[in-house]
Design a protein. Structure first.
Length: 469
């Protein structure tokens, strides 16, 4: 999914990335396509900047709060540019800018605790926390600003410096964000680099990088882990999900249908923790399909810059082809599209919001992460069958259970093999909570204090007690 801006205005630029508006399918701007060898100088500047940045926690707090204010002030520039390159409705882009600022402000207020160990020995022992050094953040195209902040905000708060690389599909808003932050942060504390592969591979394997944090696909995540292993570099990987929503036999379909639809289709389904499979009791299955299909047929689809749009395009041509492929394969294997099932006529990367029924449970649209506006709805006979099916893929990011008895739903949710579970809603996160997956969905923890400590290393100091000196 991912890649990112120049280390400095004078850095050599051999070529440019062409950035396409997914609502039109036409190029509208470009960004530098930096050479991998340019990273040596960028990482060295980040290393030098780290010395001063790590030394003054109070100054970091002040700078990060100023950074949050600067991001909010730049919202009218950032949000339209984000919509233009990513495709999401403008209101969602403004929400992403707000979330970016909120994350900076949240981590500006966190500090690592000094812990004293009292185990009866004739010494005082303290556990302190030291920063790591330059951190690499590699970011995908679905939430370029929000996921960038999820990487650089805790890293900067911990006293590290950051080299940030957005996806080559969405480099522009991140470059602008880097410029905004350059006005309030010390030089080279945060650098944005942009370019095609092998820029990301070189960044992940660079010996001057001490922590690589990546969001993207499982295969690319494995490659990042392999690259980082060469320098024994710490990794945090968020590798997507195939979240299941389990509907219980007491669920009120009419009441939850709209919530469930948007849990699956927000950002055109391009959300790692979106609902990507629905398991409904056989008795209620037709009603669930009908309710979701009605919403899919009536939702306003179009350019994210149009105020009436609720659902924008798929971000890029390869992803559109992927969504079309898994949908066609399912239909060819006897699935039926109760809504959608095809590209929309006209320019841009639009795919009709799709609800699939009669889907074989081993179809790739069920077992893999389709990452688009397609949702299979599968019936189940027993609750054990539904839970087994929900847990039956290699993913384990999130899941949800829906029913009128929240305690019963919570007991079912406790059986899901995932990092986060929701009851009667989905894909809502607090800045203060840990965010992590299990199985193929990731390594390490982001979010909350866990995200801060993930960017620190323990440093233990032993000192003789007064009477033993």
């Amino acid at each position: 999914m991912p890649t990112p801006e120049a280390g400095s205005a004078s850095a050599p630029r051999a070529a440019h990335l062409t950035v396409v508006d997914p609502a039109t399918g036409e190029p509208f701007d470009d960004a530098p396509d930096q050479r991998p060898e340019e990273l040596d100088a960028v990482v060295e500047r980040a290393r030098r900047a780290w010395t001063g940045w790590r030394a003054d926690p109070a100054a970091r707090t002040t700078a990060l709060r100023a950074a949050a204010d600067a991001v909010e002030a730049a919202g009218d520039d950032l949000a339209p540019l984000l919509t233009r390159e990513q495709g999401k409705p403008l209101a969602e882009s403004y929400a992403e800018v707000a979330r970016t600022a909120a994350r900076l402000r949240y981590f500006a207020g966190l500090t690592a605790d000094v812990r004293r160990i009292d185990d009866g020995r004739p010494v005082h022992s303290e556990v302190r926390w030291h920063s790591l050094g330059p951190v690499a953040g590699i970011v995908p195209w679905n939430f370029p600003l929000q996921l960038a902040a999820a990487k650089f905000a805790p890293a900067l708060a911990a006293g590290n410096t950051v080299v940030l690389k957005p996806s080559p599909y969405t480099p522009l808003a991140t470059r602008l964000l880097g410029s905004v932050l350059a006005g309030v942060l010390p030089g080279d504390v945060l650098t944005v680099v942009t370019g095609r592969e092998p820029l990301g591979a070189r960044l992940a394997s660079h010996p001057g990088i001490r922590h690589v944090t990546f969001t993207g696909s499982v295969p690319t995540g494995r490659a990042v882990a392999t690259a980082a292993a060469a320098s024994l570099t710490r990794i945090t990987l968020e590798l997507g999900g195939n979240d299941a929503a389990v509907l219980l036999d007491d669920v009120d379909v009419e009441r939850i249908a709209d919530r469930l639809f948007w849990a699956a289709f927000r950002n055109c389904g391009q959300v790692c923790m979106a609902v990507k499979r629905v398991y409904a009791p056989a008795r209620l299955h037709p009603e669930v399909v009908e309710a979701l299909a009605h919403l899919a047929k009536t939702v306003a689809v179009g350019s994210g810059l149009d105020p009436g749009t609720r659902l924008g395009p798929v971000n890029n041509a390869p992803q559109l082809a992927r969504v079309e492929q898994v949908t066609r394969r399912a239909v060819a294997a006897v699935a039926r599209a109760a809504a959608g099932g095809h590209r929309l006529d006209g320019p841009g990367y639009f795919f009709a919001p799709t609800i699939l029924t009669d889907v074989p449970p081993d179809s790739p649209v069920v077992t893999e992460e389709q990452f688009g506006p397609v949702l299979p709805v599968l019936p189940y006979r027993t609750l054990d069958e539904a839970v087994d099916a929900a847990n039956g893929t290699g993913f384990g990011l999130g899941g949800s259970v829906w029913g009128t008895d929240p305690d019963r739903a919570a007991a079912v949710a406790d059986r899901l093999e995932c990092g986060t579970a929701w009851i009667n809603h989905h894909a809502e996160l607090s800045l203060a909570q840990p965010f992590a997956g299990t199985k193929d969905s990731g390594v390490g923890v982001a979010g909350g204090p866990w995200g801060l400590y993930g960017n620190l290393r323990p440093f233990v100091v032993h000192r003789l007690r007064e009477e033993n000196r």
